[in-house]
Design a binder for this molecule. Sequence first.
Ligand code: AHR
Length: 338
Amino acid sequence: MSTSKRWARMVGLVGAAAMALTMTACGEDDSAIGADPASTGGSDSEVTTIGFVAVGPEGAWRQANEKNMQETFTEEAGYELKYAPATNLDQKSQIDAFTSFVDEGVDVILLSATEGSGWEDSLTRAQEAEIPVILIDRGIEPDNTDLYVTRIAPDNIEVSKAVASWAQEEFPDGANYFVLEGPAGVSVVNERNVGWDEVIGSDSKFNKVGAQTANWSTEEAKGVFETVLKSNNNDVQMVFAQNDEMGLGAVQAVEEAGLVPGEDVKIATIDGTKNALQALADGKLSFVAEYNPLFGETAMDVVEKVLAGEDVEPYIIVESLTFDSPEAAAEALPDRQF
Ligand code: AHR
């Protein structure tokens, strides 16, 4: 990623006990690209056509993100959003949809990739057709912004570093911990491991008893962590769950083992969905780092800039909060939109 990013500021919100982590992309890279309005492919009608190569049903975060995109790019706003969710998270179905959008000559393609690699041919086809591609949430490899215009997402590395920093504060003498990962090969999983390891990896007080994917699933995470507790005689004090659904599965496993979540085992998650904040308010989760899914307005602003031939940053970071107490969760819940 050619963008130099820095932690702009950590702002404590008085009373809410939530920390607003404002991370701003500080792109040093002035090679950010825009599309020449005269040269972009696509229809020349008044309506801007958007091909959204989406993930589809995956969990509460994905549902919120894709609903927000569809509610933003409306006919009233001058758009026709063609929504193409993957079939069972299958990349080939995404590549087929991507190809159809190129052949159809949409104005812009939004891509939330189910897999982090295997996109070069598709991106080259879009480039040849002069159709700008904007990554939504998920990054892809090679991380080559010549083939796509920009990526819009919260900063996974900073979000998972916030979880790790909380863990160090919560366990000053360290802990045995387990990591419930998302699916192998997904960009955000790699980034979340990088952020966590940057902080905890060098902290000898922390002992990693293991890591395993539970594929963003509550049921799968429950099964995985039940086995981990049994094989470690319940001697695990902390779980880093890379999304809320898996963290809630770990809660169920802890309870099944006759242990108390939030006391015997502290579980931290990423996403910040309602169910996780409710579990935090109830004391069953101990820390929730938001990975804000509601960035449709930002995406529309970027689409307009790109079609107007304006430059945009190669990585546009969406601000996210963290929640470190039942009080913070309880305060946020009434107005929670996802
Ligand atoms: O890419 C974002 C991740 O995908 C979210 O953290 C997870 O809940 C979703 O399935």
